[in-house]
Design a protein around this ligand. Sequence first.
Ligand code: CA
Length: 249
Amino acid sequence: MAPVEVEMIAERQEMTAVEPVRVLVVEDEPMVREVVARYLRREGYEVRLAGDGETALAAWRDQPVDLILLDLMLPRLSGMEVCRQIRTVSDVPIIMLTARGEETDKVIGLGIGADDYVTKPFSPRELVARVQALLRRARPVSARGPNALIRSGDIEIDPRSRSVRVESRPVQLTAKEFDLLHFLASHPNHVFTRDELMNRVWDFAFAGDTGTVTVHVRRLRQKIEPDPDRPRYLKTVWGVGYKFEPAQA
Ligand code: CA
């Protein structure tokens, strides 16, 4: 059950159920790409294709999809880098396609934010099953959409205008403060490590100093918490990281 205190207002466009589910398949081997596309289309998905990392990012910017199948080893821009860049702005479900061996460990170990991975060679049928399973798990998130208004207690976060109100009064946040608050509030009660927040909220080019996360959390608390020393919303989970705790009704 979703916490009732976090009120989600879905975008009108996303509430119409007739829209096909869109999947972007990023794979440089034409054979694999075509076979995967054929199986997905057979299941009723609308499939877009990209053969390299840069084309994938361009296709994503052009029209966001509901799920991405992302090959790890790609020309022009690696799957890992594509994943990181998309994760700075979106929670779209991503399944990495990896070769057997070390690559898989890399995907899991680096915490780049992929939701699942499939090791080659895979059966297209199994891949389709993974796609369906991930879409089922991700539905609450995609149904409310990245632009949904989030309300919790006295805090209102509006991604469309990138504005935040506390007790109905506008609060001035920097771009990264907003991104961090929005990201945490979009995943209520989910604990993120500083490394994860660095990867998910900051451009990976700035990654490295997780002290940045600590500083931003402190500033955010001063701006949104009734008592910054005893945070109600932005909680520290000692030894792990931070989470957004929705207000109790
Ligand atoms: Ca490849």
